[in-house]
Design a protein around this ligand. Structure first.
Ligand code: URA
Length: 195
């Protein structure tokens, strides 16, 4: 099946998904956006207010920070793929629960299978924990692990994982923006050196 057909099918599924209680609360489920041929996939945590309203990931204040970070290494949204671990908004933007992550993560697994990115960037600790465990690594505090490079083998080849702070951190802890900028520079190098 072609990538866009597979993604359409997935989108139809999440629109009517009721695998967890968030399915009753959402305005829109948010599958993802960007290029299906992207080499880099960013994985956030869950939609917030604006994402739920618009059905698109990272379109609020954290999304503006993400756009700036992408621009700092010469990338646009269309060059990458952006999604979340959980596809529906948790009430009051609370953290997603383990049950919600367990119910929703097969959609992310499928997206990874369709896009086959060379690099995955989990944004924030919940995403970091899910992605690292999925590829056989032990999660650690994000303060310790951000910017670290992990390499895993998949059925479709080698994958690089670089966990990062969630872009929203730059809004409430501006001193961490520098860390995000450094990690994005590392990402640029990794991208340039992909074989
Ligand atoms: N925060 C996230 O983790 N994801 C979004 O899509 C928006 C904000």
């Amino acid at each position: 099946m072609k990538k866009n057909e597979a993604m359409k099918k997935l989108e139809e599924k999440i629109k009517t998904c009721k695998k967890c209680p968030l399915g009753e609360l959402r305005t829109n489920a948010v599958l993802g956006s960007g290029s299906y041929d992207a080499k880099i996939m960013f994985v956030g945590e869950a939609p917030g207010y604006w994402e739920d309203q618009k059905g698109l990931p990272f379109v609020g204040r954290a999304g503006k920070v993400l756009d700036e970070l992408l621009a700092s290494i010469g990338l646009k949204r269309e060059d990458v793929y952006i999604t979340n671990v959980v596809k529906c908004r948790p009430p009051n933007n609370r953290d997603p629960t383990e049950e919600e992550i367990n119910a929703c993560s097969p959609y992310l697994d499928k997206q990874i299978d369709i896009i086959r990115p060379r690099i995955i960037v989990p944004l924030g600790r919940h995403s970091m924990a899910y992605i690292l465990k999925k590829f056989g690594f032990e999660p650690e505090p994000i303060s310790k692990i951000h910017g670290k490079v992990f390499e895993a083998r998949t059925l479709f080849g080698k994958i690089i994982i670089v966990p990062m702070y969630h872009p929203a951190v730059a809004l409430y802890k501006p001193q961490l923006r520098e860390e995000l900028e450094k990690d994005f520079k590392k990402l640029k190098n990794l991208l340039e050196n992909l074989s």
